[in-house]
Write a protein that binds this ligand. Structure first.
Ligand code: GRF
Length: 200
């Protein structure tokens, strides 16, 4: 079974969705570790409740990003992590880190990449006035919200939608497709052809 680590800085609703699918027996991976850079992240509480090992690593205790990541890597090696799942992790990983775990880091973005990159994907799409937005799960490379796309699902923005209702729709899709992408990875069903993925 693949060992996975989830990195989260905030609420952790995606982490919860992953925990729930594992508990239901629909995703056969070992969620070995949750790492947060924020001691108040609700994601840490969710991990504790589920009996998953969780660690807060304070970036302020390290002189550089490199040293901070060295500490993270120490834990990843200890747990023999095969896949890192970024779920609202509000930090850009260094080129070195991304190279070390090349094609072994997934991220979820609340818009249809390459549109609306950055921290406000839902709001930016809503304010732009697009009629269709969505969710993207992708591998992480050294550029933000850029790596090979694994799964995408579209969400329609109707005239009655508010930012809040759109957020709800987006999160609902996230909670469905993130566990699905992790499953595909764990079963070795994702092949890469340059930056295109092929799902078997
Ligand atoms: C999600 O909307 C995800 O797409 C983005 O950050 C948010 C994290 O939410 N990368 P949560 O902490 O999983 O609830």
């Amino acid at each position: 079974m693949k060992n996975i680590a989830v990195f989260a800085s905030g609420n952790g609703s995606n982490l919860q969705a992953i925990i729930d699918v594992i508990k239901r027996g629909k995703l056969k991976v070992n969620l070995a570790l949750v790492i947060s850079d924020n001691k108040d992240a609700f994601a840490l509480v969710r991990a504790q409740k589920a009996g998953v090992k969780s660690i807060f690593i304070n970036p302020k205790n390290f002189v550089s990003k490199e040293e901070f990541e060295k500490e993270i890597i120490k834990y990843l090696k200890q747990e023999k992590i095969d896949l890192i799942v970024l779920a609202g992790f509000m930090r850009i990983l260094s080129k070195h880190f991304v190279r070390l775990y090349k094609n072994k880091i997934l991220n979820i973005h609340p818009a249809l990449l390459p549109s609306f990159k950055g921290s406000y994907g839902i709001k930016d799409a809503f304010n732009y006035g697009v009629k269709i937005t969505g969710v993207t799960v992708h591998f992480v490379d050294s550029k933000m919200d850029h790596g090979p796309i694994v799964l995408q699902e579209a969400v329609k923005i109707n005239k009655t939608d508010t930012l809040k209702s759109l957020e709800e729709k987006i999160h609902e899709i996230e909670h469905k497709i993130y566990p699905k992408a992790i499953k595909l990875f764990s079963l070795g069903k994702i092949r890469l052809k340059a930056r295109r993925t092929v799902i078997f």
